[in-house]
Write a protein that binds this ligand. Structure first.
Ligand SMILES: NC(=O)c1ccc[n+]([C@@H]2O[C@H](COP(=O)([O-])OP(=O)(O)OC[C@H]3O[C@@H](n4cnc5c(N)ncnc54)[C@H](O)[C@@H]3O)[C@@H](O)[C@H]2O)c1
Ligand SMILES: O=C(O)C(=O)C[C@@H](O)[C@H](O)[C@H](O)COP(=O)(O)O
Ligand SMILES: [Zn+2]
Length: 360
């Protein structure tokens, strides 16, 4: 088992990474709890809930199961989970465990952050994408106007990443998670970038995957430790998300996965960076890798005006002025404000390029 320590503003917590470590949950917890609520979704519950609850002894263990998918990051689920916590009699010394992907982690984390003004929580990520979402303390639910508009910064006391659970992950979700690894690679690790560019996701073995996940977590950790509340440097982790989040909300939460939307946003950000800074960041190679791995990139029926409106709701925007993370060179992110008219023409030419690339 490997571990990475994260130094948050409030406390330091470990991220444990290893095969089958879900069975060691009890012994890895820093203290014992009288009452524990495991929050998970209905897919993950069928696969791993028993393993986790059976590994906890000496506590009253309760479970709350939300429907799988992005639509559960809602005010309705949030309220329902609070109601269940109240019904089970959780108090300030209780623990919430988030067992699942980023959806469970984000909503359960936000419940933990707000239940009785905050109780301990542990992240037990089960997706590739959740190497990103379980670290750094962003917890949130969506609003129909935009992603993660209601939330907080609230760090878990521990992350237990049992990479054996990834064996059951569908290819679509593997793809989704690798979009965030690609993002991290462009931001800070060119070697990782070329490693992943070599990868056929259908033949990816777990040994290689663990190496990629650990590198991604380390990049995230280095960033959030310097700027947890996103006053500056942390905004770089949003590379690809300005357009990505707009696409996700515009197509309807759950129509495409978060990572699939980020992949399109990342390709766009790389394309714009190449134009702004007259450099070659290999957008063409990224496009080839994305199409070889069957990322959905067809934006034919997406309304650009609607996307622009949504991009103004992005948390990096100030006074409705859109800010984007770009790369002025490889591994050198910058945050720049882009005029609406310039952005519109960039999106138009990007969508045209996608059509053109597809045509060949
Ligand atoms: N807080 C953050 O810093 C942060 C970072 C990145 C993304 N996010 C958020 O994370 C969410 C996406 O997370 P996600 O991609 O993990 O999606 P997800 O939680 O919806 O999981 C994807 C699907 O895989 C299933 N699943 C999960 N683990 C499985 C396993 N081991 N085997 C089989 N099926 C499994 C789930 O039931 C679900 O159907 C988005 O809402 C995004 O905004 C948050
Ligand atoms: O941790 C961060 O900071 C990130 O930006 C990571 C993103 O991958 C993640 O999707 C995050 O939830 C986006 O945050 P938001 O503040 O733009 O909603
Ligand atoms: Zn993301």
């Amino acid at each position: 088992m490997d571990s990475i320590l994260i130094h948050a503003n409030t406390h330091t917590y470990p991220v444990y990474i290893g095969e089958n470590i879900r069975f060691q949950l009890q012994e890895l917890l820093p203290k014992s709890y009288d009452s524990i609520l495991i929050i998970t979704d209905d897919h993950v519950a069928r696969l791993y809930l028993d393993d986790l609850s059976n590994s906890l002894e000496g506590s009253s263990v309760h479970t709350a199961i939300i429907p799988a998918g992005e639509q559960s990051k809602s005010i309705h689920s949030f309220y329902e989970l609070h109601s269940q916590a109240i019904r089970y009699g959780l108090d300030r010394s209780s623990l919430i465990i988030a067992l699942g992907g980023g959806v469970v982690g984000d909503v359960a984390g936000f419940v933990a952050a707000t239940y009785m003004r905050g109780i301990d929580f542990v992240q037990v990520p089960t997706t590739v994408l959740a190497h990103d979402s379980s670290v750094g303390g962003k917890v949130a639910i969506n609003h129909e106007s935009g992603k993660n508009l209601i939330g907080n910064f609230y760090s878990p006391i521990m992350v237990l990443y049992d990479v054996s659970t990834l064996h059951t992950l569908p290819l679509k979700e593997l793809r989704s998670g690798y979009a965030e690894i690609m993002k991290e690679a462009f931001l800070a690790d060119e070697k990782l970038l070329w490693d992943v560019m070599e990868l056929d996701l259908t033949h990816n073995d777990n040994y290689e995957r663990i190496r990629h996940l650990e590198k991604g977590i380390q990049i995230k950790a280095n960033t959030v430790e310097q700027d947890e509340k996103e006053a500056g440097k942390r905004k770089f982790l949003n590379l690809g998300h300005t357009l990505g989040h707009a696409i996700e909300a515009e197509l309807g939460y759950g129509s495409i996965t978060h990572g699939e939307a980020v992949a399109i946003g990342l390709l766009f950000a790389i394309d714009v960076s190449e134009k702004e800074y007259a450099i070659n960041l290999h957008a063409d190679k990224l496009f080839t890798w994305l199409t070889n791995n069957h990322y959905p990139l067809n934006m034919d029926n997406v309304c650009i005006e609607a996307l622009l409106k949504r991009m103004k709701m992005d948390k990096k925007a100030t006074n409705q002025r859109i800010q984007m993370v770009l790369l002025e060179e490889m591994s050198k992110p910058v945050l720049i404000e882009i005029e609406d008219t310039t952005l519109r023409s960039y999106i138009e030419s990007f969508f045209a390029k996608l059509q053109n690339w597809y045509g060949h």
